[in-house]
Ligand binder design. Structure first.
Ligand SMILES: Cc1cc2nc3c(=O)[nH]c(=O)nc-3n(C[C@H](O)[C@H](O)[C@H](O)COP(=O)(O)OP(=O)(O)OC[C@H]3O[C@@H](n4cnc5c(N)ncnc54)[C@H](O)[C@@H]3O)c2cc1C
Length: 380
């Protein structure tokens, strides 16, 4: 049966507004999403979007994933991050996994029965990924992993992870490989990361691997391919994070303007006061610019072009817009903006998180500077 893509996006938007948005206030108070929600997301196809038909997926392109992320984040950024991280692992295992890993891990991921994460960050290696210290060593035809990963979406509950590890000397980017790891195996101790900012819906946590042994077939990216694949895939991730920020801004504007139309002060609706409307107009302007750059980046990634510059521009513009204007939109709703019925405070924290994940703002500005205005070579 062929799926009409516009109908699918419509259904995802409805699911975000009517199901995710209603459940999200309790997540801001530390409760975890009900697993039923992940199965509903699976029924919609959210874990199969970019998985090929031959592996039970929908065979769609990046564009659909980016707009699905945007729709989900308008309701809750953490939930959107959780879904897309499981989706990405499923798509990676479907495209590069061995027969054994596809058979063992894929069905549960595609149908929302379990979740997954991608683990790069470590206590001593964040922006500087090449400094990772998690080691993979070969012993008796098996891989043995030792190290710690932290600040990982879904690590609290994921059963599957793609773990990046160093097989050569520390700092050697050609030594970095990736492995499919069963996080329920002995040799893995996980922990939740608690922070008022790390929303429980993102399931943020970490894990320590101690002599965790893997069959050879669980190496999904060989040394040399690991770092290259991070650099290629990260442009997609930066772009969908930009789309998520646009989704949160659209939601913020919608709630603030509805509040301004219904709340009266000094004898007329708030929205009839010119001074009240100005911050909304500024937010609208920043959103329009961020959305235009994000749409350009989405089209570039979707078409398979080198989207380094477009993705960096989109993410910087969208995170700047969200971190600057979401506080103003919350402020425009007065005290009511803090009520957990509205996503304003959650989105504000999420916008801050968005400035760090998949390349911090400083890393992206460095990339923009290098790509947009290359430094001329000098002889001395
Ligand atoms: C909620 C959440 C979820 C996450 N999920 C994942 C996940 O699923 N998987 C994963 O692998 N990681 C994940 N991360 C980690 C994220 O990718 C890192 O936070 C990010 O790479 C930055 O690393 P760091 O936090 O160690 O900061 P650092 O690298 O220590 O940087 C600290 C600050 O210094 C700045 N800085 C660093 N180097 C430079 C420089 N050369 N010049 C100028 N400024 C610099 C940075 O921009 C930042 O502001 C997550 C983080 C958060 C907060």
């Amino acid at each position: 049966m062929s799926i009409d893509k516009s109908d699918l996006l419509y259904e995802i938007r409805r699911f975000a507004a009517e199901v995710v948005g209603l459940a999200a206030p309790s997540w801001a108070k530390g409760r975890a999403p009900d697993p039923v929600l992940f199965r509903k997301a699976a029924d919609l196809g959210l874990f199969r979007l970019q998985v090929p038909h031959s592996e039970g997926g929908l065979g769609m392109g990046f564009m659909h994933k980016a707009y699905a992320c945007k729709a989900l984040a308008a309701a809750d950024f953490g939930f959107a991050m959780s879904v897309v991280n499981t989706h990405n692992v499923a798509a990676r295992i479907a495209s590069s996994g061995s027969d054994e890993t596809r058979a063992s891990f894929l069905p549960a991921l595609l149908w929302g029965e379990s979740s997954a994460c991608t683990a790069l960050t470590e206590p001593a290696a964040g922006s500087d990924i090449a400094a990772m210290q998690t080691r993979a060593t070969k012993a008796g035809g098996k891989w043995v992993l030792n190290g710690e990963k932290c600040w990982i979406v879904n690590a609290r509950h994921a059963s599957t992870a793609i773990v990046y590890a160093q097989t050569a000397d520390q700092g050697d980017i050609d030594g970095i490989a990736a492995f499919v790891v069963d996080l329920t195996a002995s040799g893995c101790r996980r922990y939740a990361t608690s922070s008022d900012f790390a929303q429980s819906s993102a399931g943020t946590g970490g894990f320590v691997l101690t002599d965790l042994t893997l069959p050879e077939a669980n190496m999904i990216l060989a040394p040399g391919q690991g770092f290259r694949s991070i650099m290629e895939e990260i442009n997609g991730a930066r772009t969908y994070v930009a789309a998520m920020c646009c989704g949160m801004m659209e939601a913020g504007l919608r709630h603030a303007s509805a509040h301004g139309a219904s709340r009266r002060a000094f004898g007329k609706p708030l929205s009839a006061h010119q001074g009240w409307r100005i911050p909304l107009a500024r937010a609208e302007t920043a959103l329009a610019a961020a959305r235009a750059l994000t749409d350009i980046a989405i089209a570039a990634v979707h078409a398979g072009h080198d989207a380094q510059l477009q993705a960096a521009l989109a993410k910087v513009a969208a995170t700047d817009a969200a971190t600057t204007h979401l506080p103003a939109l919350l402020h425009a709703m007065g005290a009511e903006g803090l009520d957990t019925r509205y996503p304003m405070a959650r989105h504000l924290a999420a916008a801050q998180i968005a400035t760090l994940v998949d390349g911090s703002t400083e890393m992206l500005l460095e990339r923009i500077a290098r790509l947009a205005r290359p430094i001329p070579h000098t002889s001395n």
